[in-house]
Design a protein around this ligand. Structure first.
Ligand code: SF4
Ligand code: SF4
Length: 343
């Protein structure tokens, strides 16, 4: 396929056409947040920006959504399906650590039960990823199978060039069809716009295979007594994370005869998360709940779905109110794994 480039102005024109055709265009704005864009000038693509405070998962897996509504009529109960929004969703400018999360969480939403709500949005979506030129002490995409150039989860991938241009390539058949649909906005790459060069390569911090082996064998290790002792159980880390996907199903009453059954975000850092109806709680302290968070991300999900439940974006650490840094924790596990090998 011939090499193509596109200017930021033409990307904005595509955004304009999309939302004029009732598509939900999600992009990053001047406040460095993912938002539904309704004016092309809101769209800012900055490869040097820190990952947004929250990921874009809420546009695929909302914080709260109804599964059905119910209404009591004398002796019978009517169940009413919610209206599923089937609008096309186009995300523009996802960093590799955000785009990669969708195929990862798609596995759990298609495991024993196929989640139509998630799947409808995912099937109707197109992700335009963009290579990342940012790196700080919280980033570790390289250590979990990603990279600043990783195309996993993207349908079209952009690489920044000089003068507000991007090199554009399709990654999936969906991406190829998208470029064809909007081909008038793409130009042949004549090599005039030089690629923007990343300042430095991202360092490696740990060996995932060693971390996994240590986790396989150390559920009861005393490391867990202190690893999560600072954790407040606020779940900020889970809510901003692109791969955390736990939810609760609750019946919410609206008056005496009606209500809805809803799916709401939940998190393993909450003490109620595993509390049984009997009052027993198998994870009865924050240390056990923190062990669960790390083990789910770096062991259980891999055992079940052959994926690491973390893309190394670092946002859980950047936002933690007590500066509990997931990368430091995994680095400690990596060191412990080397010590146990030495014995
Ligand atoms: S954000 Fe920090 S304090 Fe809050 S639950 Fe996560 S690790 Fe614990
Ligand atoms: S666990 Fe933290 S570093 Fe990993 S994907 Fe979630 S927010 Fe990013």
């Amino acid at each position: 396929m011939e090499e193509l480039i596109i200017s930021i102005d033409n990307l904005k024109e595509i955004a304009r056409e999309l939302f004029n055709n009732d598509c939900r265009v999600i992009g990053t704005t001047a406040e460095n947040k993912f938002k539904v864009i309704d004016d092309p000038e809101q769209l800012i693509l900055n490869p040097n920006s820190v990952p947004t405070g929250s990921s874009f998962k809420e546009f695929f897996f909302p914080k709260t959504e109804p599964l059905f509504f119910y209404k009591q009529n004398n002796s019978s109960i009517d169940l009413i399906d919610p209206v599923i929004d089937k609008s096309r969703i186009v995300v523009i400018g996802a960093k590799p650590c955000d785009a990669a999360a969708l195929p990862i969480i798609s596995k759990v939403f298609n495991w024993d039960y196929k989640d139509d709500l998630f799947n409808t949005r995912n099937d109707n979506s197109l992700i335009i990823g963009m290579s990342c030129h940012y790196n700080d002490e919280f980033c570790f995409c390289n250590d979990v199978g990603g990279s600043p150039e990783n195309r996993k989860g993207s349908d079209v991938f952009l690489k920044p060039l000089a003068d507000n241009y991007f090199k554009a390539a399709s990654v999936t058949p969906k991406g190829e069809a998208f470029i064809k649909e909007y081909q008038k906005y793409f130009e042949k790459d004549l090599g005039k716009n030089k690629p923007l060069v990343r300042k430095e390569e991202n360092p490696n911090h740990f060996d995932y295979d060693k971390v996994k082996t240590w986790l396989d064998n150390n559920f009861e290790n005393k490391f867990w007594d202190t690893a999560g002792e600072m954790c407040l159980g606020c779940a900020q880390c889970a809510f901003v994370c692109p791969t955390c996907h736990c939810f609760d199903i609750v019946d919410e009453q609206n008056g005496s005869c009606a209500g809805r059954r809803a799916k709401n975000w939940d998190a393993c850092q909450f003490s109620l998360f595993t509390k049984h109806a009997s009052g027993h709680n198998p994870r009865d302290n924050q240390e056990k709940r923190y062990r669960q968070r790390i083990s789910h991300k770096f062991k259980y999900y891999n055992d079940k779905f052959d994926e690491i439940l973390c893309t190394g974006c670092g946002r859980c650490s950047r936002g933690c109110p007590v500066s509990l840094d997931i990368l430091q924790i995994v680095e400690e596990i990596n060191s412990l794994s080397q010590k146990s090998n030495a014995i």
